[in-house]
Design a binder for this molecule. Structure first.
Ligand SMILES: Cc1cc2nc3c(=O)[nH]c(=O)nc-3n(C[C@H](O)[C@H](O)[C@H](O)COP(=O)(O)OP(=O)(O)OC[C@H]3O[C@@H](n4cnc5c(N)ncnc54)[C@H](O)[C@@H]3O)c2cc1C
Length: 601
């Protein structure tokens, strides 16, 4: 039996509305890249009934959509997973020109889809979110938004969705003297297209995915010399997509023909039996160009679906590569070494410097069209001595001074997951404090003490296993299920429990010990460390993520607070269901409408 004070506390007048009446919610999304647009599509088209109780606003700091693909416009920028999988699942693109699409083609596709589905409807452009604070009493987020780099205003929201990307905060490297350089300095994520890079002495710092794409582009410009500054080797696989989708380098040797006959064109699963009457030249071995016949074939929805399914099958099967000590990893390593050696013309000195000795798959499997071959050019130099400083005229390493006209910083992003503006959660806890040492999330989508705050591609998301786009749609559905619950049950706030999150993180760390991402490389998957936790990738396959995130909401993992002193107010309402109320209204109107109250028989 409870006390009289408790009795008083939970005794409240009943609601005036029916059971599960959905209260109106203001939902803010930060970012209009793939994630934000997928959420917009869900709300506007896939689950349009949400609009009866959701007001959705998307804040985007840029003047248009695109995110990653609007900002990263450096020469050679491409996706590194098959383009046919790197597409909105609700409207995939049958006419990609190449197996790995160029950045501008991806952006153009995003624009086309956004226009076609009217996805810009709820976006406020040129609107940078500069502060977030959780107001416990109101159960709302107070957002500060700066518009057009000038006016600042405040808005209140019930639910916040961070779709601001995990690779959207680029940073200059912290190298002494960086600002003293008198030549041209450019970052891969903020490319200067007005500058003429030809006939220049160019230094490229970094050999991550961007550096690997940029280097051959700089090397092939007229009159350039290029120095590649890198601290360690990286695996240049035939490509993530090719390894995972299967091809001649299919690591699963028993199933080499899983994706169709092998082809000297490296056709990576295109069913050449059907598309060989080509009216165009097939592109490079590395990145085959789709023919007009291919595109015609993909124009038929079912054939396109089958092709995408085949790629996805290979991609999902290929996850075994990421298992330390697996046969697939060993096979793939063997194939990759042979390919790298061949690309380097068996040059022992270059092979020793450019072929890693750490586990394949520890860093992102990086395709590199023309990358290794560039080092065979007399105009390209590899510098592995550590950089000491940047001077007015170039870069000094432990072994020599390099006089340069241009320094390209392909040095990546701030991957701490901490936004560059204050995010203040429950009891004044800031996200900067919470994630200052280690960003620890609940299933990559939420964080304790940050109520009604959901994250696309948060810490430990599926960023290491193939395309991210499909995962984003699962995440969007997950977020929207919470939104429905919050609205329908008169919930004040939901936040994952700290103990549950701790257990999730620790268990994930254990799984990671058996995966290649904990290998002995320095990687942004580990927040640019050699040792330490894996902070970027999900502890398992994308399929595992799907299984967990699309299962029933694990409400038991959350601390749920209600707006009423008695939680049953939202659920039981006035004691009647909405259907019964509709039936009563219909009777009162007397127009003969019969509402089926025995629908369950
Ligand atoms: C060069 C490069 C190549 C890549 N290639 C692949 C690939 O091949 N396959 C793959 O799966 N992934 C790839 N990625 C990862 C890529 O980032 C994701 O696939 C995807 O584009 C992320 O989409 P997003 O919407 O979550 O984030 P983003 O595309 O980063 O979009 C976030 C948006 O939020 C906005 N924003 C951020 N902060 C604020 C703020 N405070 N206020 C308002 N707006 C804000 C940004 O302006 C941006 O438009 C690549 C990334 C890079 C950088």
């Amino acid at each position: 039996m409870f006390s009289s004070s408790r009795l008083e506390e939970i005794s409240i007048p009943i609601a005036t509305h029916s059971a599960y009446h959905k209260r109106k919610l203001r939902v803010a999304t930060i970012g209009a890249g793939f994630s934000g647009l997928i959420l917009a599509h869900k709300i506007q088209h896939e689950q349009p009934e949400l609009q009866e109780f959701i007001e959705h606003v998307i804040f985007e700091t840029n003047d248009d959509i695109g995110g990653t693909w609007k900002v990263n416009t450096y020469p050679g920028v491409q996706c590194d997973v098959p383009a046919h999988l790197y597409a909105f699942p609700f409207d995939p693109n049958p006419s990609w020109s190449k197996f790995y699409a160029d950045g501008d083609e991806i952006l153009e596709y995003m624009q086309r889809i956004a226009d076609k589905w009217n996805l810009k409807r709820d976006i406020q452009f040129n609107s940078r979110v500069v502060g977030l604070e959780w107001l416990e009493t109101d159960g709302k987020w107070r957002m500060r938004v700066r518009q057009n780099d000038a006016e600042e205003r405040e808005e209140l929201f019930d639910v916040l969705v961070s779709a601001q990307g995990f690779l959207s905060q680029w940073k200059w490297p912290s190298i002494p003297g960086l600002n003293s350089f008198n030549g041209h300095k450019v970052h891969s994520a903020s490319w200067d297209h007005d500058y003429d890079y030809s006939h220049k002495r160019i230094g490229v710092i970094g050999n991550g995915s961007s550096g690997i794409q940029i280097l051959p582009q700089m090397a092939k410009l007229k009159g350039t010399t290029v120095v590649s500054f890198q601290r360690g080797a990286t695996w240049i696989t035939q490509s993530l997509g090719e390894v995972l989708a299967g091809n001649s380098g299919n690591p699963d040797s028993e199933n080499q023909d899983m994706n169709g006959a092998q082809s000297p064109n490296g056709n990576v699963g295109v069913d050449m039996a059907e598309v060989s009457e080509s009216d165009e030249e097939i592109g490079s071995n590395f990145n085959p160009r789709y023919t007009k016949a291919d595109k015609r074939k993909f124009g038929e929805k079912e054939k396109h679906r089958q092709y995408r399914k085949m790629l996805q099958q290979g991609m999902n099967k290929g996850f075994r590569i990421f298992k330390k000590g697996s046969q697939q990893n060993a096979n793939s390593t063997k194939v990759t070494i042979a390919r790298m050696r061949a690309a380097l013309n068996e040059n022992d000195e270059l092979c020793a410097k450019l072929i890693p000795d750490w586990t394949l798959g520890c860093r992102r499997l990086t395709p590199g069209e023309g990358y290794l071959e560039s080092f065979l050019l007399p105009t390209v130099t590899l510098e592995t001595s550590p950089i000491i400083e940047i001077t007015e005229t170039g870069i000094s390493t432990a072994s020599q001074n390099h006089e340069l006209d241009v320094i390209v910083c392909a040095t990546g992003f701030d991957v701490s997951h901490v936004p560059h503006y204050p995010v203040i959660g429950r009891n004044g806890t800031t996200l900067a404090e919470k994630w200052g040492v280690e960003p620890e999330s609940y299933l990559s989508v939420a964080c304790p003490e940050f109520p009604n705050y959901f994250i696309f591609t948060g810490p430990n998301a599926t960023v290491g296993h193939g395309t991210l786009i499909t995962s984003m749609t699962w995440t969007a559905d997950y977020i929207l299920r919470w939104v429905r619950k919050i609205a329908a049950e008169d919930i004040h706030s939901v936040a994952p429990r700290q103990d549950v999150t701790d257990e999730f993180v620790r268990y994930g760390d254990e799984i990671h010990k058996g995966l290649t991402w904990t290998g002995g490389c320095k990687s942004w998957y580990k927040n640019h460390r050699v040792d330490g936790r894996v902070t970027a990738t999900w502890a398992g396959s994308a399929l595992l993520y799907r299984e967990v995130i699309t299962a029933e909401l694990r409400a038991e993992d959350f601390e749920i607070r209600y707006r009423s002193r008695n939680r049953w107010k939202g659920i039981l309402g006035n004691g009647f269901t909405a259907l019964e109320e509709r039936a009563e209204r219909a009777d009162a109107e007397g127009k003969g409408e019969v509402v089926d109250l025995a629908f369950y028989l």
